[in-house]
Design a binder for this molecule. Structure first.
Ligand SMILES: [Fe+2]
Length: 423
């Protein structure tokens, strides 16, 4: 059996597995400066000694101080670990686990971006297995007997959705990124405090925003049965980003838009948990890894070619997105509505200042990229399994920054696609 057939056969398997993974039941608190209530949350939950994990940058900016004040006001003991970096090593995570165990922490407050939040998931799981080597826990799944230590997640960026995702991406000793799903993840509270995202450089705001947007879109397009509530969250994620990201480019201090973007990212995290990502992420991970392109930028690069390619795979869903976001009416022709949605995405990326196309992508790397994309896509629930020729064609389009609406229908297939010559 060919690898393509195998991928096609097991395409729905990740969707089945993710439904079986228990999702953390948590309380959501939101608002500008909302981290001031963390002391109250801990007192109410009965936590007596907490470990705050954050990164060097946030610590130096003093973003943890309001949390400390509220803990002191509520007579909660605390310890602070501030040596986490943007891509934490397993040694840093092991140290975090040891501090949590030796300090007797009954809760972890995770203050930071995706890396800090993901590290805390492993620390919280590892703390329940203090004798296990953390490196040995990094398999496809981490099973915790019962639940991990409780986590209060306080994201400092509006993008990854890591505050609620059950997956954690960390680097092992060899520097290889491992994505692991934590069974028994116990995020008890999510605090969306837009004050933490205010003041972020524009590049961070837009890259995180586009990442969240992609989580919402891919969730909506995923071939997975989901509840109406989850679908609405994914649709709302997309609508919020399309409406509020342009506001933040012209008015970066707009508190309302900042708070809404935090909510969009949180809904995007829900989309990953319930509907999974798709080919935008599979391409972005592979291109990003090979050419060292940050995640948000790689997503921006892949978004239009791949979403527009989906026009003939799930036009109805793109039309639904268009109607929900207000770019079309329900009575509009589906194809026109899907086109309007893709056009809105193009406009947003232009407003954000993303350039189309990428000269770094080299045709010589296509075979390697295709292997990487095929391997990564197995974790997702895309609406269709792409064959190698389709992936190569899309790589061509990503390289030149195209919109492939016409390619799939055969109206623009021509001989312009150099990648096809490879196969
Ligand atoms: Fe992402």
């Amino acid at each position: 059996m060919s690898f393509y057939l195998l991928r096609k056969l097991i395409r729905k398997l990740p969707g089945v597995i993710i439904k079986l993974v228990p999702k953390p039941e948590h309380v959501l608190r939101e608002g500008f400066g909302a981290r001031e209530v963390i002391g109250e949350i801990c007192a109410f939950a009965g936590y007596k000694s907490v470990l705050i994990v954050t990164d060097k940058t946030l610590y130096s900016l003093g973003y943890h101080e309001k949390i400390l004040d509220s803990l002191e006001a509520n007579k909660i003991k605390y310890n602070v670990l501030s040596n986490t970096v943007s891509e934490p090593t397993i040694d840093i995570i092991s140290e975090g686990r040891n501090v949590a165990v030796n300090y007797g922490a009954d809760c972890i407050i995770a203050l930071g971006g995706g890396s800090v939040l993901d590290s805390c998931k492993i620390i919280a799981a590892g703390a329940k297995m203090p004798k296990r080597n953390i490196e040995n826990l990094l398999h496809k799944f981490i099973y915790v007997n019962g639940k991990t230590l409780p986590i209060i997640a306080v994201p400092s960026t509006a993008g990854t959705g890591a505050e609620i995702t059950v997956a954690a991406v960390v680097k092992n000793k060899r520097g290889i990124k491992c994505s692991t799903i934590v069974i028994g993840l116990n995020v008890t509270h999510v605090v969306l405090d837009s004050e933490l995202t205010t003041g972020a450089p524009e590049s961070v705001t837009v890259c995180c925003g586009i990442d969240a947007l992609s989580h919402g879109i891919e969730g909506c397009l995923a071939d997975i049965k989901t509840s109406k509530e989850d679908m609405n969250k994914s649709l709302e994620c997309v609508r919020i980003v399309l409406e509020n990201l342009p506001i933040l480019i012209s008015s970066p201090d707009d508190k309302e838009a900042r708070q809404k973007m935090c909510l969009a990212a949180y809904y995007g995290g829900n989309a990953i948990n319930k509907q999974l990502a798709g080919y935008v992420h599979a391409f972005a991970h592979s291109i990003g890894a090979l050419y060292h392109i940050p995640h948000g930028k790689a997503i921006a690069l892949c978004l239009i070619p791949i979403v527009s390619y989906h026009k003939n795979i799930c036009r109805d869903k793109l039309a639904q997105l268009s109607v929900y976001c207000g770019f079309s009416k329900e009575t509009d022709d589906q194809e026109a509505a899907a086109d309007s949605f893709v056009a809105a995405l193009e406009e947003l990326l232009e407003t954000c200042g993303f350039e189309r196309g990428c000269d770094l992508i080299d045709e010589k790397d296509y075979k390697k990229l295709i292997r990487m994309i095929n391997a990564d896509s197995i974790n997702y629930s895309p609406p269709k399994t792409l064959n190698n020729k389709e992936i190569a064609r899309l790589l061509d389009e990503i390289k030149k920054g195209g919109n492939v609406c016409g390619l799939y229908t055969g109206t623009n297939t021509g001989n312009s696609c150099k990648a096809e010559k490879i196969f």
